[in-house]
Design a protein around this ligand. Structure first.
Ligand code: EPS
Length: 386
């Protein structure tokens, strides 16, 4: 669903590290390991994370594609080393080892375990869970922050905040004058990334209670992007529609189970006259009296903020495990336990921001093109309508 950019990630959760390649970024984009590091740190935050986040201090090394702090227009390669690797050198050894390594044989409901071993014919669930782990999203965030930087340089901001954790809601309204970066800054100051202090305390308690009970909780968050011109995506073909492309990338995260664009499910219960955003003109440009469309009409950006809401399911690795079956004996057993997070909704909101950055940077390059940032900016200046 990306037309100008390509990216690939590789790496197991407890292997030596994660690798990533992003191709298609124009030359002349200023980027640094520090800039990427800010986003990696945001992904590691949040009340309810497990022990692994105390071990890792994720840092992406720029391996190639950048010279003197600027992209070359060549593929950008990144490496994130796993600090935890030193505890897994035997269990995750590349070459064969001369000792018995414990095999994971009881699949966790909700994880990739059962379908994964059936698909590949493995007798050790570790062969599946290492790559299906959410650790993979570290590299997505690292690569996606290069897209974020490109967007930032042309005036597009992407931010987010948490709205719900389990049954606790933050019903505060985002002030109109708060741009996505300011919104994220306020959310980042909260351990659950919500704006309302009372809701924050209740969310923290819900996470703590779940953790004590050996359980996990999911939640809902919103993602916002501003500064986009008209016409990213297209109405002309199904796979060019911007909302389809956003949805495809968002839904590539295992734990994301729902997406709403603008008014979403709520709009289904309203009249058309209540939903559609009336059009005005201020003498200079078109205006809207509302933004229930969430910035996308007919598969194209309409120069209004893009508004998305995402639902994340609770993490499937449970300290108080659910029933499962041993794949060797077929006898009922408690599901496999791994060190885990009781809540990763705040981190998930950063991952969702990142997935949106990939799509928007791609759609922007598709429409305005350019081999260098100067060319992209010149094309925007010449033809972009806001
Ligand atoms: C994660 C790293 C993982 C998990 C978590 C997310 O590390 P470890 O398995 O060593 O604890 O903490 O992933 C899951 C809970 C999961 O089910 O995939 C990370 O870097 O975000």
């Amino acid at each position: 669903m990306l037309t100008r950019l390509k990216f690939l990630t590789a790496g197991e959760s407890h292997g030596q590290g994660l690798l990533g390649i992003l191709d298609g970024i124009p030359a002349g984009l200023e980027i640094s390991e520090e800039y990427i590091g800010v986003q990696l740190e945001r992904r590691q935050m949040g009340h309810g994370r497990g022990g692994r986040m105390n071990i890792e201090k994720d840092h992406a090394e720029i391996w190639c594609g950048v010279r003197h702090s600027e992209t070359l227009g060549t593929p950008t390669g990144l490496i994130v080393r796993n600090k935890d690797w030193e505890n897994w050198t035997k269990k995750m050894s590349i070459s064969a080892v001369n000792e018995d390594i414990h095999k994971v044989t009881v699949p966790r409901p909700g994880h990739a375990d059962l379908a994964g071993i059936q698909k590949y014919g493995f007798d050790d669930i570790r062969n599946v869970l290492e790559r299906s782990s959410a650790r993979e999203t570290t590299m997505r965030v690292a690569l996606g922050s290069i897209c974020r930087k490109l967007l930032e340089d042309v005036g597009v901001e992407v931010g987010s905040r948490v709205l719900e954790i389990h049954d606790v809601k933050d019903e505060s309204i985002v002030p109109n004058n708060l741009n996505p970066n300011q919104l994220s800054k306020r959310a980042d100051a909260s351990s659950v990334r919500c704006l309302d202090k009372e809701a924050e305390a209740a969310m923290v308690k819900t996470i703590d209670d779940a953790k004590k009970a050996g359980d996990s909780v999911g939640g809902v968050f919103e993602v916002i992007a501003t500064g986009l011109p008209y016409g990213l995506g297209s109405y002309t073909q199904w796979d060019r529609k911007l909302h389809a492309r956003i949805t495809a990338l968002m839904m590539s995260v295992n734990a994301f189970k729902g997406i709403e664009i603008g008014g979403g499910f709520g709009d289904a219960r309203k009249f058309g006259s209540e939903v559609h955003d009336e059009i005005g003109h201020d003498g200079e440009k078109y205006t809207r009296y509302s933004n229930n469309a969430g910035g996308i009409e007919g598969g194209m950006s309409n120069a209004q903020p893009i508004l998305l809401r995402m639902a994340m399911k609770p993490i499937p690795t449970l300290i108080k495990p659910l029933r499962s079956v041993d794949i060797n004996s077929k006898n009922e057993k408690d599901a496999h336990k791994e060190r885990t997070d009781s809540c990763a909704v705040p981190a998930a909101s950063i991952i969702a921001e990142t997935m949106l950055c990939f799509v928007l940077a791609d759609a922007l390059l598709e429409k305005f093109g350019g081999d260098s940032m100067d060319q992209l900016k010149a094309h925007l200046k010449a033809t972009a309508k806001y």
